[in-house]
Write a protein that binds this ligand. Structure first.
Ligand code: FEO
Ligand code: CA
Ligand code: CA
Ligand code: CA
Length: 596
């Protein structure tokens, strides 16, 4: 730690708020659409035919609602793009859509095939933008809601994970609602299942003893559980909890995928816990082990860290493939250093001038031992939220993405918002109640070691309209910063600037979601600017900055979400009849670093 300080500054001219149905980038920059929903990915994929969609075609084409984006360089102008396909908007995909109960079952299979992820070989053109390679594309792959995956780690094979179709409890079909993610030091992708609860019906008929845990994860257990549901159960019975109550336990995991091995069977890593995972980002500990930081995106839920037992070995794929199956899973407790009575929910800075304090990583279990009273290791891992409750973890305002700063080693978490926090529930780490606009948490591990069990923390950014007194931008002159709300996905450039994309900024500020950037150390710390804005009703996913710092990928997710096929609110990017979630690359026209 403590290396490479200086005063990074973002030199681009920040954008004003946007209401355009388009991607807008700063002066001097250009952008292009890299790949869209329905574009061919696998050999033999047909061209997209909106009017005549089939599951067979969708299984070979780029999926829906791009979220996490990663890029692994193969050579200077060639590499592999990984993209999560978080969920589907049937109202925008299928003409005349009303409800999962009425839809043609073939279209339910299209939705299932549009979930998951894509690996696409891409090349950079002479201008600086990226497009799918027309060459051999031997790495190209589609992962869907039916791709066979291996369950690994200490909960694999446990009774809670066994089903009629998989009596061993070690193999599951598909991944669902993969939101954010991360890349490991060994080049694999960690892609994270978030709101898996929304795919299951029949909770009212689940065994009584299973219901408390189902409820804790937001799975409906009373009333008409089939209402407003995609009804995957109509084509595959395993989504009906009254018949297969354990199937839901097989979702909500971090999934590891090797993009350079088309035969790699994706692994659901149970030792990283089962929550509504947002992302999973790594740091190497001082003694060479791997730490993974994770948020559980729910109001009043927790932040987690995993630390492996064994050391990362550069170049040893086989060894590194075992790293996430032994180690310790922790949950965070944060304690403020200012008197509790100074927090009334208004977001006013306390008398010591900072939202800050100390924290501890409370161990929940290792691969061998549970530290939670009355819970086995497998129970801690399958019902991690309940373990966090028992451990007395700190209830946060929807922990989203986590990202370590490559320059300072500090770790950042986006707390997106929490409309349900009452003024009396405000505390120093979640100082507003209600919290409409979210904030950024900064964690400094003891001794700067990612393996530490204690840390200090502070809140460098309290989001919102900078004209509002309850916002804070690291003490920077607020007349010089841009508005931001609902921080979601994070990434860093190599200079230590934090890039923050938003999901829900329109709701509170009336402007489109965007990608913002802000230095996180030095004298310009807090000078937040807007770098890109996205189309109508879209959230801004990605962002991912390539290793050479020449490209940032963003993924405008669910453009036109509030509309229908019949009445579209967005026609991005084709200006045709309907919107298409896509991945965009942005570069500086003179080849300068992103942020210049
Ligand atoms: Fe899918 Fe928490 O965002
Ligand atoms: Ca304080
Ligand atoms: Ca997200
Ligand atoms: Ca990220």
């Amino acid at each position: 730690g403590g290396k490479g300080k200086g005063n990074p500054r973002l030199k681009f001219e920040g954008l004003p708020p946007s209401t355009a149905d388009d991607v807008v980038v700063p002066k001097g920059y250009a952008h292009n659409v890299v790949i869209r929903w329905g574009d061919p990915v696998l050999p033999g994929a047909p061209e997209f035919d909106f009017e005549n969609q089939t599951a067979e075609a969708q299984e070979k084409q780029f999926g829906y609602n791009c979220d996490y984006v990663a890029f692994r360089e193969l050579s200077r102008d060639r590499g592999l793009l990984w993209v999560n396909h978080e969920y589907t908007n049937e109202n925008l995909m299928f003409a005349g859509y009303t409800d999962g109960a009425d839809i043609d079952p073939e279209l339910i299979k299209v939705s299932m095939a549009a979930h998951g992820g894509s690996i696409v070989e891409i090349v950079r053109d002479r201008k600086g933008g990226w497009r799918p390679s027309k060459g051999k594309r031997r790495f190209n792959r589609r992962i869907t809601a039916t791709t066979p995956m291996r369950i690994t780690g200490p909960a694999a094979g446990d009774a809670l994970l066994r089903t009629e179709a998989d009596p061993e409890g070690t193999e599951v079909l598909g991944m669902l609602n993969n939101c954010a993610g991360g890349m490991t030091p060994w080049g694999t992708i960690l892609t994270c299942e978030e709101n898996f609860n929304q795919y299951f019906v029949g909770g009212e008929g689940a065994p009584e003893e299973a219901k408390a845990a189902l409820k804790r994860y937001g799975v409906p257990v009373e009333g008409d559980t089939r209402k407003d549901n995609r009804r995957f159960d109509r084509v595959d019975e395993r989504f009906d909890l009254s018949k297969h109550p354990n199937e839901v336990n097989r979702f909500g995991w971090v999934v590891e995928i090797d993009p350079t091995d088309p035969d790699y069977k994706p692994r659901k890593r149970t030792l990283l816990g089962r929550i509504k995972h947002e992302g999973a980002n790594t740091r190497i500990t001082d003694d060479g082990r791997v730490a993974v930081y994770m948020g559980d995106d729910e109001r009043f839920d927790y932040i987690y860290k995993f630390v492996s037992k064994n050391r990362y070995r550069k170049g040893s794929r086989r060894h590194n493939d075992t790293l996430l199956d032994s180690g310790t899973l922790y949950v965070a407790r944060l304690t403020g250093n200012s008197p509790a009575e100074e927090f009334d929910g208004s977001g006013k800075l306390p008398s010591d001038g900072a939202f800050d304090g100390v924290g501890e990583w409370i161990p929940l279990c290792t691969e061998e031992e549970s530290y939670v009273d009355g819970m086995t290791v497998a129970e801690v891992l399958v019902h991690t939220r309940i373990a966090g409750d028992k451990a007395g973890a700190t209830k946060m305002d929807r922990p989203e993405d986590f990202e370590p700063n490559p320059v300072t080693g500090k770790v950042y978490c986006a707390l997106t918002n929490n409309s349900a926090r009452e003024p009396g529930q405000a505390d120093e780490s979640n100082p507003r109640g209600p919290n409409k606009h979210g904030h950024i948490l900064e964690i400094t591990e003891a001794g700067d070691d990612a393996g530490a069990t204690e840390f200090t923390w502070d809140v460098p950014v309290v989001c919102g309209d900078p004209a509002d007194p309850d916002t804070y931008f690291a003490g920077y002159d607020k007349s010089k910063v841009a508005p931001i709300s609902a921080p979601d996905n994070l990434t860093f450039d190599k200079h230590g600037n934090l890039w923050i994309s938003t999901d829900g900024q329109p709701g509170e500020l009336g402007i489109h979601d965007a990608l913002h950037a802000v230095p996180m150390h030095g004298k310009y710390k807090g000078e937040l600017k807007t770098f890109a804005t996205v189309p109508v009703d879209a959230e801004c996913c990605g962002p991912f900055i390539t290793e050479d710092n020449k490209t940032v990928f963003i993924a405008p997710q669910h453009p036109g979400e509030e509309g229908t096929v019949e009445e579209p609110t967005s026609t991005w990017p084709d200006r045709g009849a309907f919107p298409r979630p896509s991945v965009v690359s942005i570069w500086h026209k003179k080849g300068k670093d992103i942020g210049s």
